[in-house]
Design a protein around this ligand. Structure first.
Ligand code: RM4
Length: 260
């Protein structure tokens, strides 16, 4: 999918060593962007090197930023890397997130806190840091922020009580930021993936009963792939969505509208 949608743009993607973030980073590079590739650190170093290689092959200039997204300093490092490497940042894909499935009654409090810290607090830190940079930019003014929320913003999960509130919070954060940042020409939108096969749910989907049930619930009759998120994310990232802000799009194979 290479239409030059992001020619000359600087795109930062958080949590992009694998899965949805990896696919969007490579998709952005293939559409003309230079990319700031965030990943958590040593454990994902080989994965991010692969992403950088694919982005470079597509002609993108790249810069890699390691760090725990739950630390505000990582957000500052992402902005600093974008400005020092490319003098600006046009698009943020706030993607970093975890979903360690766990039963509710014995959900450890530290695990609850970690999921909030990564998925929601981390997104707040990087959205705020990037928005402050975008607010200073001219020619063109502003930018586009895309949060990778989830179908879980709209419905619960029995072993995801720590996760679904963060995804609902992400969608709501984008709606409030759309109002706060609109006057500065910064658009804020959300993508809501359904069940997409990635590392985040590999163990969960290794259960054949759970896997079959997820497939059954999707009218398109299959689980999503990370590549399925590239088009919707680049739509919101690019001028194709120039009058869209505070919006969200489901990428779920029809799951959310089906009672089957
Ligand atoms: C999504 C949805 C999927 C799950 C992922 C981790 O919001 O609940 O079923 O696999 O989260």
């Amino acid at each position: 999918m290479s239409f030059g949608l992001l020619k000359g743009k600087v795109v930062a993607i958080t949590g992009c060593s694998t899965g949805i973030g990896r696919s969007i980073a490579i998709g952005a590079a293939r559409n003309g962007a230079n990319v700031v590739l965030h990943h958590v650190g040593e454990s994902t170093a080989s994965d991010i090197a692969s992403v950088e290689s694919e982005c470079s092959k597509a002609g993108a200039k790249t810069v890699i930023v390691p760090g725990d997204i739950a630390e505000p300093a990582t957000a500052s490092a992402i902005v600093s890397a974008a400005v020092s490497s490319f003098s600006r940042i046009d698009v943020l894909i706030s993607n970093a997130g975890i979903c360690p499935f766990h039963t509710f009654l014995d959900l450890p409090h530290p695990l609850w806190k970690r999921v909030q810290d990564v998925n929601l607090n981390g997104a707040f830190y990087v959205v705020q840091a990037v928005a402050n940079q975008m607010a200073k930019q001219e020619n063109p003014k502003g930018g586009s922020i895309v949060a990778i929320s989830s179908i879980s913003a709209l419905m619960g999960g029995g072993e995801q009580a720590h996760y679904t509130p963060t995804k609902a919070g992400l969608k709501s954060l984008m709606e409030s930021c759309a109002i706060a940042l609109g006057p500065m020409g910064i658009r804020c939108n959300s993508v809501l993936p359904g069940t997409i096969e990635t590392n985040i749910n590999k163990e969960d989907l290794s259960d054949p009963v759970k896997r079959a049930d997820q497939i059954r619930r999707a009218p398109l009759g299959r689980l999503g792939l990370p590549e399925d998120l590239v088009g919707p994310a680049l739509f919101f990232a690019s001028d194709l969505s120039s009058y869209c802000t505070g919006a969200s799009v489901l990428v779920d194979g029809g799951m959310a509208i089906s009672l089957q």
